[in-house]
Design a protein around this ligand. Structure first.
Ligand SMILES: [Zn+2]
Ligand SMILES: [Zn+2]
Length: 318
């Protein structure tokens, strides 16, 4: 039994990375079991570091996050080696006794068969790639938002910053356009800016919902209307949303958000609600709203400040 003895009793199977250098992971929490990928060698260095599920935040040892396909693969590699060795050992015992004399019976043993095949698998394609600003881990997830699998830091601010950077780039591009195209590009940049902030705000409230007075409500706070969001954050988290910016900045931001409302609801034509809520003294009902590029850049700067404030405040909360 030379071959089988040589195998020993311990197997170490390495899980190969995919064509992008990423390895699949699966959350062990029964109610989650969600899939994500990480790049080995990036992120935190050290032994026995835990892994965090980007979707539900569940934390456990790295060895608990193998995917079902990886476990099947590793099991099949072991079975393949064992059955392969077994077949070789049996093959060495083959014999063939020819019949002797008129009435002799010939006996032979032939070993046939194949080793258990290896069950190969492919890692899945995911939707968003993030390089964690905190620990440099490269990871990919479904959706957009998530916790870093290495350091556990949530990526909501990082995603917001990335989107706001894109708004700046769009405005840069718009500067070489003229007339209607220029207006449309600046308006789209404003809409993207508000959507990015709304997405960030909802996510950060959802993540910290359990710290609020009413978690089910905190999970669905809208940030499309700044005064409304301020009112909600005050009630739910006892947090003054506008404390990090001046009155002028807050007013400018409110006006920017109200302009965006007009763009999506009335094709940019000023209505009475806008006149009432925006504080825009030049607004005339029935006229088209004007959005200029500098105004959107200023809005990007202000909401960046608001976002960092709210994120830090919620983080610090117990
Ligand atoms: Zn999970
Ligand atoms: Zn990280």
């Amino acid at each position: 039994m030379r071959h089988i003895d040589n195998l020993g009793s311990q197997f170490s199977i390495s899980i190969p990375p995919d064509e992008n250098g990423l390895i699949g992971r699966e959350c062990p929490a029964p109610e989650c079991q969600s899939y994500f990928k990480i790049q080995p060698g990036t992120g935190l260095k050290g032994e026995n570091l835990p892994c965090h599920c980007p979707y539900c935040g569940h934390t456990a040892g790295q060895d608990k996050f193998f995917t079902k396909a990886q476990v099947e693969y590793a099991t099949s590699v072991v079975l393949n080696q064992v059955t392969g060795a077994l077949l070789k050992d049996l093959k060495a015992l083959e014999f063939n006794h020819r019949p002797r004399g008129g009435f002799g019976i010939g006996i032979s043993m032939r070993v046939t068969g194949h080793a258990t095949p290896i069950r190969h698998y492919r890692e899945k394609q995911l939707e968003t790639e993030v390089i964690c600003k905190q620990c440099t881990l490269r990871y990919t997830i479904y959706g957009v938002f998530g916790f870093c699998p290495d350091c556990g830091e949530h990526n909501s601010l990082q995603i917001l910053d990335k989107n706001l950077e894109l708004v700046h780039k769009m405005l840069d591009m718009a500067s070489s356009a003229e007339g209607e195209l220029l207006n449309r590009m600046v308006e789209n940049a404003l809409e993207d800016c508000v959507s990015a902030f709304d997405g960030f705000g909802r996510e950060v409230c959802r993540v910290h919902a359990e710290k609020s007075t009413e978690p089910s409500k905190a999970e669905k706070v809208s940030f499309q209307n700044l005064d409304g969001a301020k009112h909600n954050l005050n009630g739910l988290f006892n947090l003054n949303f506008s404390s990090g910016v001046t009155d002028e900045e807050w007013k400018a931001a409110v006006q920017g958000f109200e302009k965006r409302h007009l763009l999506s609801d009335t094709m940019g034509v000023i209505d009475e609600e806008y006149v009432r809520k925006s504080g825009d003294v030049q607004a005339v009902t029935g006229r088209k709203i004007n959005v200029d590029s500098e105004e959107v850049r200023e809005l990007v700067r202000i909401i960046g400040r608001l976002a960092h404030e709210v994120s830090n405040a919620l983080h610090a909360m117990k």
